[in-house]
Design a binder for this molecule. Structure first.
Ligand code: NAD
Length: 501
């Protein structure tokens, strides 16, 4: 007898202590956004399942912490090779569950792989400091030690890259890790967990649980979790930060964004328009570093808007796995509808609608076309909110001063870019803008893995950015030791505050 189609769907397992397990309990649906169909199911873990994963990590931690640093580096090197060999497979899962095009998914996995390359250098990165004779016959040295069990909670828009910002760094530093990827895109994490095991990672060092708020809260409230990395929207980032702080956990919580590109009249307009089109509509605008607001200065505005309209109109929209497609669907029907409602709101607020993408260009799936608004004002909702879709808005400013004020008055501070031929203007912009990542004639200034990624203001709650040296600092604690081997002529310590001279 044929089973109903929905009963044949695979369930994405969790990864617990080196094994794939399908726990009992609540279940969610995973969609293919290009077709609108449910393709898999995913377990929503409760506190009991999360607790099992945390206990597995805590049990595996002491041996991994004490493993030689070269052994940890070699496991990482094998993981790097396996990830490279399976890059297309990981990218394919991303396209199936997120919707972005395959070349875009490949690029995002590549950026994640680069963090693993960086983590392979962990013996060099973890070197401490040593000073001889800080006092007569007294030496001081410092080491970086792992923090214990760390957790990562990640968003839907980069199913592999954002987890890869976290767990390779944490594990190379000697920690054990629990990953809770977005329940919308759960499969890439499980494939990466399998590859890490194949690379020789001991069971329990890396675990993956799935789910929603219940799973996240179980992580935030578990006494054995020492550090939490989060990437997602600003309200949840703030909640994660506050809850972890209350529970005494180390935390870095990266939030949402409204990234501005300032365009001066002396910019190469054709080049600028191409860069902005990629940054605004790539991945259907579902990137935290997407340029969603252009601030056109003076006479730059009219020619720039004309070019943007021509180029945005030509973007080929369709399923991400089809050759020639440049922009895929939105992640869910709800998100597509939310983005469409912002287009309506922009019209109602009086912005000039240059290109209207609200009519889906493809019948099935969660598609929208490309939308461009001009003459947007900072008080409008389409400016104040992170739309996270293929909607680009243009504000007009008279001067560079005014443009910088607009960017700095925005509560987000993730990424920004300036397009200009003037070194002086670019230097001023870089110096004065209150944003964590700046591009000069670079629309998406995502730092390479050996620098750190992170924003300012409402785009980051916490102190340290991810990967690069800030990642090493986040996943380790510094210990400084002062040593004296007394000789017969060493004076006896007294009651006064010791000073070493
Ligand atoms: P989200 O905040 O809805 O979800 C992120 C994670 O938090 C997911 O794992 C989700 O399961 C969990 N979560 C959701 N609601 C929760 C709740 N009430 N309590 C506890 N946990 C909860 O974000 P998203 O929609 O998956 O991703 C898009 C957002 O992420 C955008 O705002 C984007 O700008 C941001 N983002 C930021 C960066 C960055 O580096 N700053 C990078 C990528 C994405």
């Amino acid at each position: 007898m044929n089973k109903p189609a929905e009963l044949k769907l695979d369930t994405v397992p969790v990864w617990m202590n080196g094994k794939a397990v399908v726990p009992q309990g609540r279940i969610g649906e995973v969609f293919n956004p290009a077709t609108g169909q449910v393709t898999k199911r995913v377990p929503f873990c409760d506190a009991e399942i999360v607790g099992q994963a945390v206990r597995a990590a805590a049990a595996a931690y002491p041996e991994w912490r004490d493993a030689s640093i070269l052994r940890r580096a070699r496991v990482m090197q094998r993981f790097l090779v396996l990830l490279q060999e399976h890059q297309k497979e990981v990218a394919g899962l991303i396209t199936q569950e997120h919707g972005k095009t395959l070349p875009d998914a490949m690029g995002s996995v590549q950026r994640g792989i680069e963090v693993v390359e960086f983590a392979c250098g962990i013996p060099q990165l973890l070197k401490g400091e040593h000073s001889e004779n800080v006092g007569t016959g007294v030496d001081t040295h410092s080491v970086r030690q792992p923090v214990g069990v760390c957790a990562g909670i990640t968003p839907f828009n980069f199913p592999a890259m954002v987890p890869l910002w976290m767990f390779p760094m944490a594990i190379a530093c000697g920690n054990a890790f629990i990953l809770k990827p977005s329940e919308k895109v759960p499969s890439a994490s499980i494939l990466m967990a399998r590859l890490f095991k194949e690379a020789g990672l001991p069971d329990g060092v890396f675990n993956v649980v799935h789910g929603d708020k219940a799973a996240v809260d179980a992580i935030l409230n578990h006494p054995l979790v020492n550090a939490v990395s989060f990437v997602g929207s600003t309200p949840i980032a703030k909640y994660i930060y506050e809850t972890c702080a209350r529970n005494g956990k180390r935390v870095q919580a990266l939030g949402g964004a409204k990234n501005h590109a300032v365009v001066l009249p002396d910019a190469d307009m054709e080049f600028t328009a191409d860069a902005l089109i990629g940054a605004a509509y790539g991945s259907a605008g579902e990137r935290c570093m997407a340029i969603s607001a252009v601030v056109a200065v003076g006479s730059a505005a009219d020619p720039l808007v004309k070019l943007l309209e021509q180029k945005a109109r030509k973007i080929v929209v369709g399923p991400g796995d089809r050759d020639g497609v440049e922009m895929g669907p939105l992640v869910t029907a709800q998100h597509r509808d939310k983005v469409a409602s912002f287009i309506e709101q922009g019209k109602a607020e009086g912005a000039t609608l240059v290109l209207d993408g609200s009519t889906p260009p493809v019948k099935e799936g969660f598609f929208l076309g490309t939308t461009l608004f001009d003459h947007v004002k900072p008080a409008m909702e389409i400016y104040k909110n992170e739309i996270f879709g293929p909607v680009l808005i243009v504000l007009r400013a008279r001067t560079l001063d005014e443009a910088i004020s607009i960017v700095n008055a925005n509560p987000y501070g993730n990424g920004t870019a300036i397009f200009t031929g003037s070194g002086g203007a670019a230097r001023r912009f870089e110096s004065e803008v209150q944003v964590g990542m700046v591009g000069i004639n670079v629309a998406i200034p995502v730092p390479v893995a050996f620098y750190s990624f992170g924003g300012w203001k409402n785009s980051l709650f916490g102190d340290l950015h991810v990967h690069g040296m800030e990642g090493v600092k986040f996943y380790t604690r510094t210990k400084a030791t002062t040593t004296r081997w007394p000789r017969q002529d060493t004076p006896a310590p007294g009651l006064d505050m010791p000073t070493l001279g």
